[in-house]
Design a protein around this ligand. Structure first.
Ligand code: FAD
Ligand code: FO1
Length: 454
């Protein structure tokens, strides 16, 4: 049922009988989850109980109340959906390397299943845990349509080099998901409901970055948004997606980031409508660009450092390190959106307020940070800090890859040499004026911010 190419054995060990545990982390959903499907397959083969565990860490890559509130709402829905299938959810608070082995031991778990995530912090969690775990551990890539390790054994240079490999494998992997079954073997000990509200209240979070209005979390909200996008906005995607004044993007990224929606589900739904330039354009972003980001973070563990940029880009940025900067801003004024550039300020203030920034503006936003910071290192650190602190879809491989593309030419080619940027692709205000109604965007953004009393 679950293709073996999606499963990697992190820790070998002989197959024993006894309960199976899925440690959910990246793919926080019940439907369309290959890791959960594999865990149930293994539990049924053992005629054993199945449970899901989530280890809540009090700090995660600068996440604030905005992100934890969204995530825990989504996890509460996971608990409800699992309960209907006779599968308990356990929530542990603390470091996974300590909490997971302890639970495995106490529950006499015979197999631990985890999901795949290329971020450094997750590797550390797995490495920390591996020394304490004596049972087999299977890692299942439930996030990528073509499993990241299987799609390519190496760091890909650009979308073009990975696209060929993905397209060849799509017929094999872009398949319908089987349904999860009601689990016939109950968990041995009684299961207490998770106290979600007081959990959130107890977390030592930065509560100044507040939840985003009108953005409900969880699987149901994600599927509703997908349906709305398919019926109302997909057909204009090829044209509208690069115009911040047109509501042309899907807004699915927070749901994909937290795993409330499987990218494969979105791809199946879009592809079902038959070929069109908008559908092709959307699948290019959803499959190729997104899976290229996982490839970047998995095979380049310096994905958030200037050392992780390509050689030509590093050399070029070094050559221009001492070029005069016409504008220089500290991170506080940038955080408040107080530069000389009204378009950049509008994008930044929109990020503060809505946790979102239009894809086209994100490129411009990051490239201006390169232009106005004292060094590429400072620009990179500011971009990651602001993106991970305010964007609902932040702390994601797409973010590290998108910022590295903008500031370090990753997955891009060299352009004509110029001051500060070197051969990194340049973007400027006049370029935006030619692309879309900048003034209209700024006015509408100021109205929205005033309306919210910012
Ligand atoms: P759509 O245009 O509707 O695309 C659908 C999905 O395709 C997205 O949700 C995403 O999963 C994927 N996708 C689209 N564009 C890209 C891309 N360029 N690279 C990788 N995947 C893509 N994306 C994040 O998920 N989190 C981030 O923190 C993030 N930070 C970024 C920072 C910069 C500087 C740049 C240039 C891009 C960043 N992106 C990030 C990628 C992209 O801008 C967003 O995924 C997209 O704008 C999200 O909106 P959407 O879901 O409406 O996109
Ligand atoms: N994953 C966990 O397993 N436990 C957490 O407590 C946790 C917190 C968290 C907060 C913000 C955020 O954006 C992600 C968070 N994640 C957590 C990880 C997330 O599920 C994704 O795996 C990665 O961020 C994407 O690669």
């Amino acid at each position: 049922m679950v293709q073996k190419e999606r499963i990697v054995s992190l820790t070998p060990g002989e197959t024993q009988s006894g309960p199976v545990l899925y440690w959910m982390s990246r793919d926080q959903r019940v439907a369309d989850n290959w890791a959960l499907l594999h865990a149930q397959e293994e539990a049924l083969a053992r005629q054993a109980p199945l449970a899901v565990i989530f280890c809540l860490v009090p700090a995660f890559l600068g996440a604030t109340l905005r992100h934890y509130a969204f995530m825990l709402d989504g996890m509460a829905e996971v608990e409800r959906r699992l309960a209907r299938l006779g599968i308990p959810l356990f929530l542990l608070l603390g470091e996974p390397a300590e909490e997971i082995p302890r639970f495995v031991q106490a529950g006499q778990v015979s197999l631990l299943v985890t999901d795949f995530d290329p971020l450094r912090i997750k590797r550390r969690w797995h490495e920390g845990m591996a020394a304490e775990i004596a049972i087999p551990v299977h890692q299942v890539d439930a996030h990528n349509i073509i499993p990241c390790r299987y799609a390519s054994p190496k760091l890909e240079y650009s979308a073009a080099t990975l696209r060929r490999k993905l397209n060849r494998l799509l017929p094999q992997f872009l398949e319908e998901f089987p349904l999860l079954k009601t689990h016939p073997f109950p968990w041995s000990c009684p299961v207490l409901p998770v106290p979600w509200d007081d959990l959130l209240a107890r977390l030592p979070l930065d509560r100044t970055v507040t939840p985003v209005d009108g953005c409900a979390a969880g699987e149901a909200a994600a599927h509703q948004l997908l349906e709305e996008f398919l019926h109302e906005r997909l057909e204009g995607y090829a044209v509208d997606r690069n115009d911040p004044n047109r509501d042309g993007q899907s807004h699915l990224s927070p749901y994909l980031h937290f795993g409330h929606l499987a990218p494969q589900r979105a791809a199946l739904a879009v592809a079902a409508g038959g070929p069109s330039d908008s559908r092709e354009a959307f699948l290019e972003e959803l499959i190729v660009r997104r899976e290229l980001s996982d490839n970047f973070c998995w095979y380049n563990d310096r994905y958030d450092r200037v050392e992780g940029f390509t050689d030509w880009a590093r050399k070029s940025l070094d050559k221009h390190r001492d070029d005069p900067r016409e504008y220089r801003y500290g991170s506080e004024s940038l955080e408040r959106g107080e530069s000389h550039d009204p378009l950049w300020n509008a994008a930044q203030k929109g990020l503060l307020l809505t946790g979102r920034m239009h894809g086209y503006l994100r490129m411009y936003w990051a490239k201006k940070l390169l232009e106005w910071s004292g060094s590429p290192e400072e620009a990179l650190a500011t971009a990651i800090h602001l993106n991970d602190r305010y964007a609902l879809d932040g702390r994601d491989p797409n973010g590290y890859a998108g910022i590295a593309w903008s500031i370090g030419g990753v997955h891009d080619r060299p352009w004509g040499d110029r001051s500060i940027f070197g051969m990194i692709r340049y973007m400027n205000y006049n370029g935006c004026l030619r692309k879309f109604d900048v003034k209209g965007y700024v006015v509408r953004s100021e109205e929205r911010c005033d309306g919210e009393g910012r």
